[in-house]
Design a protein around this ligand. Structure first.
Ligand code: CP
Length: 300
């Protein structure tokens, strides 16, 4: 049987996504065996900073009775001596039952999957994909409303934002109208937009969030990905060019939810945190049941 990697959200069809989210909902109701992954080991290879993804995978593994092994950074492992990612993955495959990897280079997780003899989960590869984030994003939307029929606005760095890429791809499996708002030069990559349009998704670009705030059900805010910019000057040209405030939401639908994969910098005003629209902290909490369902899928 082929190894069950999760590299891209495109590895799932709609039925598989819905099934995994149903399983996460059962887990959320404490309906799971807390020894389901007893004796299993997850290798956590994060070559970029993380709080949520890394800790929620580790928490998920612990809640299912498994354990995690990690290397702290590139500097703390033998990649600092020049070992290739391929060799590192071959070696780690002998120490663990699955590997979760975050890497600054797009395509790194796919390469890891080619050399691993255990399942690999992509926890973010450069400006590529972040499938586990998308699954928890969909889970969070589903807690409030059915995904079919929604209007969703993605605002922010849609060029480098891997969470936006994965989410837009997943939403193309549903009946969704997608609005995009981004600073000049940070639009959704043309190849991605074209492939979504080919699948029948309606994508509408706007210059200002105010043009669309009264018609959307979900507002998905993203950080400008400073670490992907070629230099500081080009980052500062677009930094702080949008900010979601309570005032901007004045004409929003009552049931609008505001999501953000986090971390945020200044793109969501902290005054919004107490608003019933704000769901981003709940969203990050949802990472645990969703990642528990993912780990059970690849390890059982
Ligand atoms: N959303 C997300 O990927 O957060 P971390 O970078 O903290 O893992």
């Amino acid at each position: 049987m082929a190894t069950k990697h999760i590299i891209s959200i495109g590895d799932f069809d709609r039925k598989e996504i819905d099934h995994l989210l149903d399983h996460a909902a059962q887990i959320d109701k404490k309906k799971y065996d807390d020894n389901a992954l007893r004796g299993k080991i997850l290798a956590v290879l994060f070559f970029e900073p993380s709080t949520r993804t890394r800790m929620s995978f580790e928490s998920a593994m612990a809640r299912l009775g498994g354990t995690s092994l990690s290397v702290g950074s590139v500097e703390a492992c033998s990649m600092a001596k020049g070992e290739t990612l391929a060799d590192t993955i071959r070696v780690v495959s002998g120490y663990a039952d699955a590997i979760v990897i975050r890497h600054p280079k797009e395509g790194a997780a796919r390469l890891a999957g080619e050399f691993a003899t255990v399942p690999v989960i992509n926890a973010g590869d450069g400006a590529g994909q972040h499938p586990s984030q998308t699954l928890l994003d969909l889970y969070t939307i589903r807690q409030t409303m059915p995904i079919d029929g929604i209007e969703i606005a993605l605002i922010g760095d849609l060029r480098y934002g891997r969470t936006a890429h994965s989410l837009a791809s997943a939403l193309s499996l549903y009946n969704v109208r997608l609005h995009t708002i981004s600073p000049k030069g940070l639009e959704l990559p043309a190849t991605l937009a074209a492939s979504l349009a080919k699948k029948g998704m309606e994508i509408i670009e706007h210059d200002n969030i105010k043009d669309v705030i009264d018609s959307v059900d979900v507002l998905y805010v993203t950080r400008i990905q400073r670490e992907r910019f070629p230099d500081s000057a080009s980052y500062f040209n677009v930094a702080s060019s949008y900010r979601i405030t309570p005032e901007i939401l004045t004409n929003a639908k009552k049931h609008l939810i505001v999501l953000h994969p986090l971390p945020r910098v200044d793109e969501i005003d902290a005054r919004l945190d107490e608003s019933p629209h704000a769901r981003y902290f709940e969203q990050s909490r949802n990472g645990v049941p969703v990642r528990m369902a993912m780990l059970m899928q690849v390890l059982q």
